[in-house]
Design a protein around this ligand. Structure first.
Ligand SMILES: Nc1ncnc2c1ncn2[C@@H]1O[C@H](COP(=O)(O)OP(=O)(O)O)[C@@H](O)[C@H]1O
Ligand SMILES: [Mg+2]
Length: 406
């Protein structure tokens, strides 16, 4: 979708902030990648350092093992400073046959006997081996011959492990947070739009109401006058007032919770079509087809008429006033009502299909782009039905489909 500016009178309407949305999305992805990359960098440095520490640890153990003097201060110092000082990296030293000799920073479940502890440590060494190959310490005799081996098993410290998972955990938490706030933002925006629709419609119906009742009283008065009763003026005035009444009725229906009544859909559409046929270009013919005439669904008649009228008027516009509109009323296998409205007009290009139901979207010089928004709202919010474009081909025509629950 592109960012389009549309002039409506003197008001400039800014449509689609989707460009901004893309920028935000790209930024979020960049921040995500950046943070994972950076933490990985740190984790790798820490890994190198831990490996070095383990090597030093191994070297120390080897030195101690091969030091045959009775008491060596230097060796003890090494032991204290390096072996004991390791408070983070889990280490297990085993004999050649795999029996544990000593361990450090390995959490042993409480209450194990010494045999069970050995068994547990052995299993741990298998885990450790999966991560890093053990370091071999060679025990040498006085003349430097190797007579025995020991193994040092180790794995990443908890800190390093956590550091590797940290960015994923952090990003997931942030993502969940953003999704939640986006949903709540959308929800409150939809609620606000709702209030505007309902409020405006109510207000319009209310304001029309007063002059309308006065006009109705005047027409009644004229009808009761023998001289005026049969004049064309009275008849025309009566017709216009009926039309005004219809409009007021529509607005007041959309401004309140509309009452749904079981109606014969075919009948309702036939009335609507008869009414429309006289008001549109005589070069457009509307044909109503049916499978059987007993198709019932719960609808609000004034609002449903409005839907049919809006779709047909769009069809007339799309055909530039010459063509055919076919309306098919059928029942689906589940018993729901399907209404298809086809025209042979100019069609809707694929790239615009996603937009036509959006408020303000129009391709007409004098369009407001509210007709289909209203239609969608009436069908989906007030009738729990569905409306979509069944098919549309440029220069061939368009079919709208309405689904109503039985
Ligand atoms: N039957 C149709 N054939 C082709 N285009 C259509 C048809 N119905 C609607 N459209 C497109 O959808 C747009 C929005 O329609 P709508 O919401 O009724 O607003 P408006 O009629 O004021 O333009 C129209 O401007 C037109 O481009
Ligand atoms: Mg329209």
């Amino acid at each position: 979708m592109k960012n389009t500016l549309k002039e409506v009178g003197n008001i400039t309407v800014i449509k689609n902030r989707s460009k901004l949305n893309y920028v935000v999305l790209v930024l979020a992805v960049l921040i995500g990648i950046g943070s994972i990359y950076y933490t990985n960098l740190i984790a790798n440095q820490l890994k190198v350092r831990e490996r070095d520490q383990i090597k030093l640890f191994a070297k120390t153990l080897e030195t101690i093992a091969n030091d045959n003097s009775e008491y060596n201060e230097n060796v003890m110092l090494l032991f204290e400073e390096i072996v004991v000082a390791n408070e983070t990296i889990p280490v297990i030293v085993t004999y050649k046959d795999g029996k544990p000799k000593l361990h450090k920073n390995v959490k042993i479940p409480p209450g194990l006997t010494s045999d069970e502890t050995d068994e547990f440590l052995k299993l741990e060494t298998e885990d450790m081996r999966a991560q890093y190959a053990p370091i071999v310490i060679a025990n040498k005799n006085d003349i430097g011959e190797v007579f025995n081996y020991e193994y040092i098993f180790y794995q990443d410290s908890l800190l390093l492990t956590q550091l590797q998972y940290y960015p994923y955990v952090q990003l997931s938490v942030i993502a969940v947070f953003f999704i939640l706030s986006y949903l709540s933002f959308n929800y409150s925006r939809a609620a606000e739009q709702n209030r505007v629709w309902v409020g405006l419609a109510k207000e319009t119906a209310h304001q029309l109401g007063t002059p309308l009742s006065s006009l109705m009283a005047w027409v009644e008065f004229m009808k009761s006058d023998p001289e005026l009763r049969n004049k064309e003026l009275t008849r025309e005035l009566d017709k216009d007032i009926k039309k005004l009444e219809l409009i007021t009725n529509r607005f007041s229906s959309i401004g309140s919770v509309p009452v749904l009544k079981e109606e014969n859909i075919f009948e309702v559409i036939r009335n609507s079509v008869n009414y429309l046929q006289t008001r549109i270009s005589s070069k457009v013919n509307i044909y109503l087809h049916e499978e059987d005439e007993l198709v019932f669904a719960k609808i609000n008649k004034p609002l449903f008429d409005w839907v049919i009228e809006n779709i047909c008027k769009n069809a007339v516009d799309a055909m530039s006033g010459v063509g055919v509109i076919d309306i098919y009323v059928q029942r689906s296998q589940e018993g729901n009502v399907i209404v298809d409205i086809s025209d042979n007009g100019k069609g809707i290009p694929k790239n615009l299909l996603a937009q036509i139901f959006q408020p303000g979207f129009t391709t007409k010089k004098r369009g407001w782009g509210l007709g289909l928004t209203l239609v969608k709202r009436i069908i989906e919010n007030y009738h729990q039905g569905k409306i979509f474009i069944k098919s549309s081909e440029v220069n061939t025509g368009t079919t709208f489909r309405i689904l109503l629950n039985k």
